[in-house]
Design a protein around this ligand. Structure first.
Ligand code: PLP
Length: 359
């Protein structure tokens, strides 16, 4: 297997792929693949419900929360959130931490009044802004945050206190990477293709009362209440992706749940950040150390030429996906849940060798 450091779609656990392969053609002795079954049948529905239950169990079975499976990626959530929650006379507040927060805000502006609650744009989004003294406009409908900025490589270490204002988080690139107090959030959402499974399904976990609100003049498929009322089976769901999510969640349980993953992810990230910090300036971490992401390690070399050479040499050694996002350049190692410690160790060793040759 390649040392896969892609930012998304990203590595999946080998065990999950092998399990899916084993039951790909004949799922649970039905003589059919899960992909070929009716989404209204008992077999698919049990997988669908199992995935929802597993996800809530991993999050500590919080009371009053529901799981929805949607399509259109996290990007569609950028629009659905204001469409459903930004009523006339209210304001959508956003914390600006990077490229994805930017995109979320842009969509909200199409639907109503917005407010920037805090921003680290002046620092090129290389840190999470100070949120200790957050002041929100009186009629704030929600505060939206991006818990991990995949492109810049910054991640919240603690979440803002919002009082009665609903807190909504885009957790696309760090969902289930460590224990989380889900009770702090009214809604979290994530495109599956980093920590949850393959692309094609977007997961929403939210307080039922928030989802139940009747939004008017919104197309049926863009209303949360449609998915809530129909257990995300109003229309044909992305059934294979949901099945894969269920298998990834099973794998997380087998690994020991979120505490165990948090520990593993911390160890993996430390390997790489230590290598960067101990390189005497040969490698430079992009994000402020206190806000460094456990999932996306962004770093630079002295010149773009050297960075290009790093990518080229790394590819020869079997490393994939180390080029930084085209909008910011540099290098990025995405080390989501499924990336094994051994891949990170191999990368740290490669970085060492590369420095010896070019330092
Ligand atoms: N939000 C974050 C933090 C992301 O990393 C991404 C994708 O990389 C998105 C949103 C967009 O997700 P999608 O491609 O599922 O629309």
């Amino acid at each position: 297997r390649a040392y896969n450091f892609n930012a998304g779609p990203a590595a999946l656990p080998l065990k999950v792929l092998e399990r899916a392969q084993a039951e790909f053609v004949d799922f649970r002795e039905t003589g059919m693949s899960i992909m070929e079954m009716s989404h209204r049948g008992a077999v698919y529905e049990s997988v669908h419900n199992e995935a929802q239950e597993r996800l809530l169990r991993l999050l500590g079975n919080p009371e009053g929360y529901k799981v929805l499976f949607l399509q259109g990626g996290a990007s569609t959530q950028f629009a659905m959130i204001p469409m459903n929650f930004l009523k006339q006379g209210t304001v959508g507040s956003y914390v600006m931490t990077g490229s994805w927060a930017d995109k979320a805000l842009k969509e909200a502006k199409l639907f109503g009044e917005t407010h920037i609650a805090a921003s680290s744009k002046e620092d090129q989004y290389m840190k999470i802004p100070d949120l200790d003294h957050l002041e929100l406009p009186e009629h704030t409908a929600y505060l939206h945050i991006t818990s991990n900025e995949t492109i810049e490589g910054v991640q919240y270490q603690k979440y803002p206190e919002t009082g009665r204002v609903p807190l909504i988080a885009d957790m696309s690139s760090d969902i289930l990477c460590r224990p989380v107090d889900i009770g702090r959030f009214d809604m979290i959402y994530a495109g599956a293709q980093k920590n949850l499974g393959p692309s094609g399904v977007t997961v929403v976990i939210a307080k039922e009362e928030l989802l139940a609100g009747q939004a008017e003049n919104i197309p049926t498929m863009l209303r949360y209440s449609t998915f809530l009322k129909n257990n995300s089976l109003y229309n044909t769901p992305p059934s294979f992706s949901v099945y894969m999510v269920n298998e990834v969640l099973r794998w997380i349980e087998e690994e020991g749940g979120l505490n165990a993953l948090g520990q593993m992810n911390g160890d993996k990230a430390s390997l790489l950040y230590d290598r960067i910090d101990q390189s005497g300036g040969f490698y430079r971490g992009c994000a402020e150390p206190k806000d460094r992401s456990l999932m996306n390690v962004t770093f630079r070399l002295a010149s773009e030429e050297l960075e290009k050479l790093f990518v080229k040499e790394s590819e020869k050694e079997g490393f994939v996906g180390l080029k930084g996002h085209r909008s910011v350049g540099g290098l990025r190692a995405s080390i989501y849940n499924a990336v094994p410690y051994e891949s990170c160790k191999a990368l740290a060793d490669f970085m060492d060798t590369f420095q010896k040759q070019h330092g």
